[in-house]
Design a protein around this ligand. Structure first.
Ligand SMILES: O=P(O)(O)O[C@@H]1C[C@H](O)[C@@H](CO)O1
Ligand SMILES: O=c1cc[nH]c(=O)[nH]1
Length: 364
């Protein structure tokens, strides 16, 4: 007998099958001894293009059925209690569906201060201010990450760099999955160094690239290098660009973002504790990056794109540029100016969320 529960279970199985195929096809494994030189990297890139062609529905959500948040881990089913250690939350200790089941928008960024200020901003934008203006940190039991929630918007800090955001995303994706969230959009609101852009320009990422300008994220699993796809949702990027046009408050561009493992040598800075290259070497490297379409440099977009794609989350990266790296390395603007720049991605994403919620209210 087909009742609502059976239908949604069947639907889930179908979506899970589709997504596990997507999971398998979206990664390529190199053993450590195999070459990972430019030739094999080019082959990887070509495979990604092939994969993209196989999944025409990737970018546009054409399915009318709700889209769940996927995990790809059979071991999770055997866990009696899934402890989300770095959040100080767990499936036995917390009613995750009650706490987070309504989440539709997740915004993440490096600093806890920024993510708190974002939730205050969004609460005001959505006229959902707490009369006491208190927004408790849901992860108060730990000092690793901070998390805030207002209505259907969740704001989470991720610290600096790929490893820090990856740990946060593992737990966030499981949290959204355990809470049975559907149709979630996730946006990283961050800071970056620009290439040839006026400081304060906001960059919506088209493609996240590694430090060799290839659209991939590499992870060593069981001693083997697994290469994952770093595609982001193109239609979401276009919608965000359109929002910035409507807002008309600051310059916004769409372009590639280079994700590095380090802020200093990894981003060709001349002001780290160590430096073995010249100003000309730096300029040549940044020029090559620019020729590959790179508009800005930060430290999280590649793993963010890869993990969001694997879990079926609609994802975008919106980063403000704090300086033009062709002109310098040091962040010597006043704190006031830097803070005002940091607010720009928040303003843009706040506008986008409000627009989405308004459109949904009209439809329902
Ligand atoms: O989100 P944030 O502003 O932390 O992103 C960039 C990349 C690094 O995490 C950090 C370096 O200053 O800023
Ligand atoms: O230059 C910069 C500025 C912010 N974040 C980065 O990763 N690089």
């Amino acid at each position: 007998m087909w009742n609502h529960r059976n239908v949604s279970k069947a639907l889930n199985i179908r979506l899970t099958l589709r997504c596990s195929r997507q999971f398998r096809e979206s990664e390529i494994i190199f053993s450590e001894t195999e070459e990972t030189d430019t030739v094999s990297q080019t082959a990887t890139y070509q495979s990604f293009s092939f994969f993209r062609k196989m999944n025409p529905k990737d970018d546009k959500k054409t399915d009318l059925c709700p889209s769940p948040v996927f995990v790809h881990n059979p071991h999770l089913d055997a866990l009696k209690d899934d402890v989300l250690y770095h959040f100080g939350l767990g499936t036995r200790t917390h009613d995750l569906p009650a706490m987070f089941g309504d989440v539709k928008f997740v915004c993440v960024g490096g600093s806890p201060w920024r993510m708190k200020s974002f939730i205050e901003y969004i609460a005001a934008e959505l006229s959902m201010e707490d009369p006491k203006s208190e927004y408790p940190n849901i992860c108060a039991g730990t000092d690793r990450y901070a998390m805030y929630k207002v209505g259907s918007v969740l704001s989470v800090s991720h610290g600096m760099g790929i490893s820090s955001i990856a740990i946060m995303l593992h737990e966030l994706i499981k949290l959204l999955h355990h809470a049975h969230c559907t149709d979630v959009t996730i946006i990283r609101i961050g800071t970056s160094g620009g290439i040839g852009l006026k400081p304060g320009t906001v960059v919506v990422t088209k493609q996240s690239m590694d430090a060799t300008f290839l659209p991939k994220f590499e992870q060593v699993i069981l001693g083997k290098t697994v290469v994952r796809n770093t595609d982001l949702d193109q239609s979401l990027a276009e919608e965000l660009l359109q929002c910035s046009k409507e807002l008309n408050q600051f310059e916004t561009v769409i372009g590639n973002t280079m994700c590095t493992l380090d802020f200093y040598e990894g981003q060709a800075r001349l002001d780290g504790a160590f430096c073995s290259y010249t100003e000309k070497d730096k300029q040549d490297y940044l020029t090559k990056a620019s020729e590959a379409g790179v508009c800005n440099i930060e430290m999280e977009s590649s793993v963010f794109a890869a993990m969001c794609k694997l879990s079926g989350l609609r994802a975008a990266v919106v980063c403000v540029t704090l300086l033009d790296r062709l002109k310098g390395d040091q962040l010597n603007e006043s704190q006031e100016v830097l803070r005002s720049y940091q607010q720009r991605p928040q303003i843009l994403v706040g506008y986008y969320i409000r627009k989405q919620l308004k459109a949904k209210a009209v439809c329902s």
